[in-house]
Design a protein around this ligand. Structure first.
Ligand code: FES
Ligand code: FES
Length: 885
């Protein structure tokens, strides 16, 4: 059986042909391969980087947009040879003053996060405004229908385009904020370069003599590998190396918690999912590498896969992974006598809630660049969520000491948890070692979807009781999550689902068990919400059903049971501070009752989400401030920028303490210092990174206060390592349970229109303190967008273990024209353990959303829905995405 790509014909050496066109006003003459798409030509032969590859050749994300003969086109769907004689405009060719206006508009409106989608959107906006200088907001949203943004929820993108339009008409000029104090919406770090596509992502980077990589993936969810024949691939002209399991000098198996994931599957072993790697190739260009990948012959003996977690748990089921049994983990949370309380409750509701597998669909597919340095070390440019974890795993894979591998974060084009695990960093590093040359390896969209872990589908049996007045008495829940072929952080996701099993409510008796189960499906791991949103979907449904029985409305029921200071969470942690849940309920109260009085179908959901991993883990915030000779201050930290705005927020933490201007600080994430903090996960980057930066900044401030100048301090390093090790592991016997350092709280309400479509979402969130209000709002808006997709349209079924689709529209991420209005209300109940009162906000934005949507739909048509996505609803049917069954 052959490898899996069919993009490049495997035939005689292809004949190149010459294509002539005008590009940004210049005559160009380039040689292209038959079948080459214009996007490749622009990026690889013409050095254009504003056109990004988010889905080539689907033409469904809009990242590769150019204006061709006056018409806006996705260049990944245009054959290069069809560009003969064309006049092509990319953002690079736009008049400098207009480029500046575009950049300032998006940055001032905070209309970008990771930035990967923005150059395409910005050019689309320019094209629109050239035709219509005063478009309505609706028109702008419709014009963006061909674009996908996974980060922003579109609200601030529309704001940015309106700002751009007004500026173009000679009205108000956009002015990005330069004040970096806490509480100000400082312009995003490198925002202008991101908008214009000038700040390179890994796939935009090239080095002298660089080779290109490709991988061979298993087409089977489960099969024995009988033989791997690489001879034909090696013989292909232009191929420099083909590596397999035999070539790995160090530890071939890696993983974040369990080393159960092989970088290559070896002959004699089983492949365990369709993302398993059999071989990797380095060649002179990407087309040759992929052609060689097709020439690798792998002989398989298919074995029936284990695809159903219920079957995987049965006695005698085939063991999916040699690391251990199919039941990867069981988390138990018990307090009080849940059985007795349920029996004595005035009302009890029961039901089975199910959630689906979800693809992260960050717009930037995984990419790595490895560069062998002259002194023998290897420099790895990575977009992973924990660069020091990447470093350790790559070094072990290569069989080298950690200090032989340098890592540098290239802030990525979205991650949402999906870039915590290694993807192709190790294979890329091995190819670089094998060839002695730099190698860049970038996955296609299909490969990306096959390889990285997804959001867990979880089946949840719930039983919840309350007394005659509506006070919750007990929760009993049994959860089973399909964690796929590899452990990743699946055990932690189910642990988090169990630990959030009662939602943000006071429940005296709890009996929850949550299992993570290995199957031959694609692995599941971290994704924004990390189990909390699954549990909340079930719990919010129970709360609505109980409210009906008691005769309270959903808002009253939540108010009655909402956690306050002094109450205990699901795990028994008594909350001592910063519990703003009732403030968020109050924030939506008037709108809630107004909408009901107007006869609208309304749903409401509350949520809590941990900040910090907690559960007994030792966690670190680490920072170094280095005063450079040129007067700038390098700000090193160990956490990852992935669009959430962490680096901007950390600069603000430093500014607030030192009172130096924000422009002095240059954030850096690399291995210059040992700032191992683990993954950027659990909504903890601002919380712990901010604490460390503020602590380091206080040392610098003390020196400045003593009268020394920055010139005199050149070369000095101010350090801070903040250890957080006071949380409680599940099951640990302690006097005072502290499961997490901090929690965010939220209430969201969803209003439907007369046809049952989502019209408005109001999201009130206790964020502790908004260090950067615009970025903070953006996190919530983007999360609500993701939460609505989760509720209504997003799904990734995997019949036979293979994703049923790789098409972006089928995956169900909501597009701009269908996105409802989202109103964010920031509530600030300061967190004393956070920097300047802040706590994490990255995940909670989608925790209450599905429950609120389900409640609104039940109010609309009387149907209580127990399964996500709710595709049978009028709200989902109105969407043009996510139509696969
Ligand atoms: S890369 Fe062309 S539309 Fe996605
Ligand atoms: S900012 Fe749009 S995909 Fe990240």
């Amino acid at each position: 059986m052959l490898g899996f790509w069919a993009r490049v014909p495997v035939a005689n050496p292809p004949e190149v042909r010459t294509v002539r066109f005008r590009l940004n006003g210049d005559a160009r003459e380039v040689e292209v391969r038959p079948g080459e798409m214009l996007l490749e030509t622009l990026r690889n032969r013409c050095g254009i980087l504003s056109t990004k590859d988010g889905c080539q050749p689907q033409g469904q994300c809009g990242c590769c947009l150019a204006i061709i003969d006056g018409r806006r086109k996705t260049t990944c769907a245009v054959l290069a040879e069809k560009a003969e004689g064309a006049d092509i405009l990319t953002l690079e060719g736009v008049d400098p003053s207009e480029r500046d206006l575009i950049a300032r508009s998006f940055v001032a409106a905070a209309g970008l996060q990771c930035g990967f989608c923005i150059p395409g959107i910005a050019l689309q906006a320019k094209g629109l405004l050239d035709r219509d200088p005063n478009p309505s907001r609706r028109d702008i949203a419709r014009t963006l229908n061909g674009h996908l943004c996974r980060c922003t929820g579109y609200t601030k993108i529309l704001d940015a385009i309106e700002l751009f339009a007004a500026a173009k008409r000679g009205e108000a000029q956009p002015v990005p904020e330069s004040d970096g104090r806490v509480g100000r919406s400082l312009a995003r770090w490198t925002g202008a370069e991101l908008v214009l596509g000038d700040r390179p992502y890994v796939d935009d980077m090239t080095l002298p003599g660089m080779l290109h990589g490709a991988v061979v993936l298993s087409p089977h969810a489960r099969a024995r590998v009988l033989a791997i024949d690489t001879a034909r691939a090696r013989a292909l002209p232009g191929v420099e190396a083909v590596v397999t399991a035999r070539d790995v000098p160090g530890e071939r198996w890696y993983g974040l918690i369990h080393n159960d994931w092989p970088g290559f599957v070896a002959v004699g072993e089983e492949v365990r999912c369709v993302g398993d790697v059999l071989a990797a190739i380095a060649a002179v260009d990407e087309a040759t590498a992929r052609e060689a990948a097709e020439l690798v012959r792998v002989e398989y003996e298919p074995v029936p896969p284990v695809l159903d977690p219920a079957l995987a748990m049965r006695e005698g089921a085939p063991q999916v992974n040699p690391d251990g049994p199919n039941v990867l983990s069981t988390t138990v949370v018990r307090k009080g006598d849940a059985g007795g309380e349920l029996a004595a409750s005035a009302h009890v509701v029961r039901g089975t809630w199910t959630t689906q597998r979800v693809e992260h669909l960050y717009l930037e597919p995984e990419s790595a660049l490895a560069d062998p340095l002259a002194d023998g070390r290897l420099r790895l440019y990575t977009q992973g969520q924990g660069i020091f974890d990447d470093r350790e795993q790559v070094a072990a894979f290569l069989g080298e000491p950690v200090d032989r591998v340098e890592v540098e974060l290239v802030p990525n084009g979205g991650a949402f948890g999906g870039k915590e695990d290694m993807s192709i960093q190790a294979q890329t590093a091995l190819l670089a070692r094998a060839t002695g040359r730099p190698v860049r390896l970038t996955l296609t969209r299909e490969e990306s979807i096959r390889i990285h872990p997804k959001r867990h589908p979880i089946t949840m049996d719930y039983e919840v009781g309350c007394d005659a007045e509506g006070r919750l008495t007990a929760v009993r829940a049994r959860m089973v999550g399909d964690t796929g072929a590899y452990a990743s952080v699946g055990a932690k996701v189910l642990e988090r689902a169990a630990g959030h099993g009662c939602g943000p409510y006071r429940v005296p008796a709890v009996d929850i068990e949550a299992r993570a189960v290995r199957t031959n499906n694609p692995p599941c791991g971290a994704m924004r919400g990390f189990g909390a949103n699954q549990a909340h979907f079930a719990m919010e449904g129970c709360v609505d059903l109980l409210a009906e029985k008691v005769g309270l409305d959903p808002w009253e029921m939540r108010w009655l049971n909402a956690l306050e200071v002094g109450d205990a969470t699901t795990t028994g942690q008594v909350l001592e501070k910063s519990v703003g849940l009732k403030q968020t309920l109050t924030a939506v109260k008037a709108a809630y009752y107004q909408a009901r009085a107007a006869g609208r179908a309304v749903g409401i959901g509350c949520g809590l989400k941990n900040s910090g991993i907690g559960n007994g883990a030792a966690e670190w915030g680490k920072a170094r401030l280095v005063v450079e000779d040129d007067g700038t201050i390098s700000l090193y930290n160990g956490y990852t920028e992935m669009g959430q705005g962490l680096l901007t927020v950390l600069v603000q933490c430093a500014v607030e303490v030192t009172r130096l201007p924000a422009s002095r600080f240059v954030p850096k994430v690399d291995s210059t210092f040992d700032l191992q903090c683990g993954q950027t996960t659990g909504s903890r980057g601002t919380l712990f990174g901010g604490l460390a930066v503020a602590a380091a900044a206080r040392k610098l401030r003390a020196e400045l206060d003593s009268g020394r100048t920055l010139d005199q301090l050149a070369g000095k390093v101010y350090d801070a390592d903040v250890l957080i090790d006071d949380t409680t592991a599940p099951g640990e016997e302690v006097d005072r349970i502290k499961t997490h350092t901090s929690y965010g709280f939220a209430t969201q309400m969803v209003i439907l229109d007369a046809e049952g479509r989502v019209e408005t979402v109001i999201a009130a969130h206790d964020v502790g303190r908004a260090i950067n209000p615009a970025l903070c709002e953006g996190q919530i808006e983007g999360s609500v967008h993701m939460g609505l997709g989760y509720a209504l349209t997003e799904d990734l079924p995997c019949p036979d273990g293979m994703p049923a689709t790789f098409k972006l529209r089928d995956l169900g991420v909501i597009r701009a024209p269908e996105m409802p209005e989202v109103q964010v209300v920031l509530v600030e109940d300061p967190e004393p353990e956070g920097p300047f009162g802040a706590k994490g906000v990255g995940e909670i934005g989608l925790v209450p959303t599905a429950g609120a949507v389900a409640g609104a739909l039940a109010a609309f048509d009387g149907v209580r829905r127990y399964a996500l996505p709710m595709k049978d609803s009028p709200a989902a049917r109105a969407m043009k995405v996510g139509r696969i069954r």
